[in-house]
Design a protein around this ligand. Structure first.
Ligand SMILES: C[S@@+](CC[C@H](N)C(=O)[O-])C[C@H]1O[C@@H](n2cnc3c(N)ncnc32)[C@H](O)[C@@H]1O
Length: 285
């Protein structure tokens, strides 16, 4: 594992798709080859790889370096909010800081017992919708995406986790297919990468769907629609939570009078704002 990590480091691969350093990246590949559970005890470090496992591991490390394919696409699996998920090139690799907020049930912004309807806008692999369903066991969750391929992967994850009765994949361009539906929480990790930043992304991002990343010239194409239409789909007292990553600066500049609350995360990451329905309504007016 150490020798693979050194190779990855020397090759200058980019980390940030579910792992953020060379050792974790190498471990993800090795764990996959050895079919180890994520919570394997330290005694596994004593194990020896069979010749076939050594070969398979070396091949994965090589592919990681040559094709710059993120480790999690090579293994086809990851964890989000502690939940195992399938991942492949049909959808973005789950890595949103929103996992932490969902695990704490959006504390202190909602009363969890009152949350019965949640919307995940731009669901991709389904990670956010699935985590919401797990942490709000009484809620129904709509999982919206414009990409039929992403929704297929989300549906596969739902089936494996037996959440099909509470999480509903919906093919829709933003809110277009949601007329009349209202929610207690709208949560979204929409595309938010501007045109210039798209050109400078490390090659690993080229394996992810462009639709999941690119958001027009200024990165605000999706955020603009969400800010305009979300209030119509929120119940009184409902909240909107949106990840915009480092497009935060552009959002602040473009909407200087909107009273965004920028959330902080213990496990890192940022660029996530929260607004109440009432704040959104006054923005729209
Ligand atoms: C940044 S990815 C987030 C995926 C997933 N929620 C996550 O956190 O890993 C954005 C998602 O929004 C979807 N999307 C892009 N434009 C959309 C639109 N106009 N309406 C609905 N979904 C859209 C993309 O297909 C993609 O799955």
């Amino acid at each position: 594992m150490r020798s693979a990590a050194r190779k990855l480091g020397r090759a200058g691969v980019h980390f940030g798709h579910g792992t953020d350093n060379a050792i974790d990246d190498a471990a993800a590949l090795l764990w996959h080859v050895m079919k180890l559970p994520a919570d394997a005890p330290p005694s596994v470090y004593e194990r020896r790889l069979t010749a076939a496992q050594q070969q398979a591991f070396a091949a994965l490390v090589q592919r990681r370096i040559e094709a710059r394919e993120p480790a999690v696409y090579l293994t086809g699996e990851t964890y989000f909010a502690g939940i195992p998920l399938r991942t492949d090139r049909r959808a973005l690799i789950p890595r949103s800081p929103l996992a932490e907020l969902i695990e704490t049930r959006f504390h202190p912004w909602v009363e969890p017992a009152r949350v019965t309807r949640i919307l995940d806008l731009g669901t991709g692999s389904g990670c956010i919708a699935i985590a919401c369903a797990r942490f709000f066991p009484r809620a129904q969750v709509d999982a919206v995406d414009i990409s039929p391929e992403a929704l297929q992967l989300a549906a596969e994850n739902l089936r494996r986790l037996r959440l099909g009765r509470r999480v509903h994949p919906v093919l829709s361009d933003h809110f277009a297919a949601l007329e009349g539906r209202r929610y207690d929480i709208i949560v979204s990790n929409p595309p938010y990468v501007g045109a210039r930043e798209m050109k400078s992304l490390p090659p690993e991002y080229g394996h992810e769907p462009k639709l999941a990343l690119a958001a027009g010239r200024d990165g605000l194409a999706s955020v603009r629609v969400i800010l305009r239409e979300a209030a119509l789909h929120l119940n009184p007292g409902g909240i909107l939570v949106v990840e915009v990553g480092n497009t935060e600066a552009a959002v602040r500049r473009r909407y200087p009078r909107v009273p965004f609350v920028w959330l902080e995360f213990e496990r890192g990451g940022g660029g996530v704002f929260l607004l109440t329905r009432e704040q959104l309504e006054s923005h729209v007016r």
